[in-house]
Design a protein around this ligand. Sequence first.
Ligand code: FAD
Length: 407
Amino acid sequence: MSQESTSEHILIVGAGLSGLAVARLLTNNGIPNIVFEASKEDRSQGFSISLRDWGYSALLDALGDIPLRSLTRGAAPDRQIGGSGYVDLIMRDNTTGEVLVAPDPKTQPSIVRANRNALRTWIADCGDEALDVRYGHKLESIEGTASGMTAVFENGACYRGSLVIAADGVHSTVRSRILPHILPEVVPAVVYHGEFQVPREEYDRLLRPLLGDSNILAGVGDGFNTPITVCNLTKSEAHLDWSYSRMACGKDDPLYRPNLPAEESKKIPQALLEELASRNLAKPWSHYLNAEAIQKHSVFHWTSRCVSMTREDAEKAAERGVVFVGDSWHAMPIFGGEGGCHALADAVELAAALLHQDDGLDRVISSYYNGAWKRCSDAVRRSKGRFFVLHRPMAEWRELAEKKGLQ
Ligand SMILES: Cc1cc2nc3c(=O)[nH]c(=O)nc-3n(C[C@H](O)[C@H](O)[C@H](O)COP(=O)(O)OP(=O)(O)OC[C@H]3O[C@@H](n4cnc5c(N)ncnc54)[C@H](O)[C@@H]3O)c2cc1C
């Protein structure tokens, strides 16, 4: 049992984007806090995510008008070769390679790609004082009320704090302990994901002709998607990943297997190999998404989940001294994802509200939710709809291409 005196500290559960961003902003403003993270410090090399301007700008402003270039230097997938996480937002037909939809450069949104692990490190390092992150601390339970919370961890440690910030993601333990009726909703989607590494020479030869400087090669088919994305690019190697996704076709769909145990989700089913072979993919997709190649990739089946809660639930949790940030209260489908941006925006807004703790924690939490509620609930709804748009039939993609004058 910990003997430290931590009752004045804010306890943050989870060292993901939301937990680290809120910890960094609180620390920079002299508010004592400790972050508890279930996993060990060294995590895998990580995948990349798209950050929209409203997400990264909010964080950069709150950190003290830091330029975007600082973030991209620290976290862009292509940072090691001087890149800045550029993405061209072009959608290509994955059976021919031809461009279906290209954004108008005048109205193109400002999006940058960031390697999620590198972004976590960059956020954690963005201040003079080191963050207090305790790895290997998996939360087991929380007890208490708004006047003082106690967090108990599987390793036997136990800490008292003034408030618990639940930043522990879609499967939030905090949420399951105090709002057990909220269960993540499974999105009826088939999603397989593969990570692999190729020599830089192969990347330049096979992928760069279509990718250029972009960090995503978006390929769409007739109701299915096959993006290939850059996770990390160096002078000698390219760490890449692919996704294969489509809508589930009822209960008998051999590839729709929600809630698979962790070990099972890493097996490559024969049905996936057969389905990929039937898709008539063009190069470079066919070069990587084929039965022989994917045996060498680290492949797993992804169950995509959403979480939403009512304002009443959030208020009930606040009475117990708990406030939610990020996926723990609004996980959304990853297609055309925004979850990471909202995780950052939540962190910025909650940290700003916590500067006024003298007003009383109940008012602070209420003002945070007043600001964040609509942004987040609209986003969960929007992301669910975006799944169907991104997996539209090819006839609809072609219609869109014709309207835009690309065919
Ligand atoms: C493949 C993929 C692609 C994505 N693409 C995008 C994108 O392009 N754009 C975008 O904006 N978003 C994207 N997202 C979503 C984005 O990554 C998430 O929304 C974001 O990371 C959520 O951050 P978070 O801090 O809320 O949760 P997480 O990042 O999930 O962090 C939660 C942390 O809590 C820890 N934890 C869990 N349980 C406990 C416990 N009991 N005790 C202690 N610690 C615990 C976990 O280990 C983890 O470190 C994508 C997600 C995926 C999976």
